[in-house]
Design a protein around this ligand. Sequence first.
Ligand code: NAD
Length: 353
Amino acid sequence: MKIALLPGDGIGPEILRQAVRILDALRSDGLKIETEEAPVGGAAYDIAGDPLPAATLALAKSADAVLFGAVGGPQYDALPRDKRPEKAILGLRKECDFFANLRPATVFPELADASTLKPEVVSGLDIMFVRELTGDIYFGQPRGITGARGERVGFNTMHYTEAQITRILHVGFRTARQRGKRLCSVDKMNVLETTQLWRDIAEEIAPGYPDVELTHILVDNCAMQLVRNPRQFDVLVTGNMFGDILSDEASMLTGSIGMLPSASLDANGKGLYEPIHGSAPDIAGKGVANPLAQILSMGMMFRYTFGLPDVAARIEGAVRKALASGLRTADIAAGGTRPCTTAEMGSAVLKAL
Ligand code: NAD
């Protein structure tokens, strides 16, 4: 198992370090794990003038899986768009064809109180978002800003091919099949032709999965239902932009963005695994970031890329045990509790493992 480690910026290196401690423990337990680290994002720009240097991309391509921290920071915000740290993630997704983004939003029983929603609304919540990553308005051409001041026009193109829609919907159906067998497809077919096509194709594919119940929901209603009654959902499948926004909304149902892992997979199960949060510049360097989203991302790696669900379950169990011991980083600590540090949480997971 060859794993590329790309720590990135801000809290990225701090949280990745905790995941690597777990990897080291699994290696001494006999798992054949090989790791190699490379700079990415702002850290790579500082060294090489490029957020995704050729050597980093080559490592990501040659590895079986990529464990990614986070990228970005205010010091890079004024750079030209193609030099910005975030360009590295988009570049990796495109170059490695990581088209399927899996984002679980699960509420750990120990953290049912951490959500801003009432515990009775979120406890037991277990949603899987399947988001398309390589198409949609984020990549569509033409795009740009034209015209003179006072008359400027900004434009982007929402664009999806049948092939792109078909392959992500199949991931949605297959994921639903492994879980509660309910797939809800999110679109805006009342206004956008692109998503009318999406809905049509979903209907065409559905007969191939007679054991999965397919429903459709408009994106605005979905945003509302996620805070009204989120437990009605099992698997949600949607395009790049809607998925970006809705999965962040869903993250807050669980209490903290610092708890949520993600996987971005290609057609062969190779994947990039990263927390859904960013580099959190406001707390970087303080040793207080929550490392659990990163550690749980590594758990997903063993499940989806390496086909070792028992190792994934062991990691997830260790996280639950650490939480059950009462330990909380600041983002999930209730008022009055002394928050623990990033390293203390990492140590607790390691001990539980
Ligand atoms: P963010 O996710 O970095 O932070 C949002 C808030 O959540 C902050 O208050 C932060 O302190 C908190 N937070 C995030 N992760 C946490 C953790 N593990 N533990 C505790 N608290 C945590 O989003 P932002 O502030 O909008 O963006 C910061 C930078 O990250 C920007 O440069 C942005 O472009 C970049 N970004 C990168 C990624 C990525 O690398 N995949 C994703 C989103 C944003």
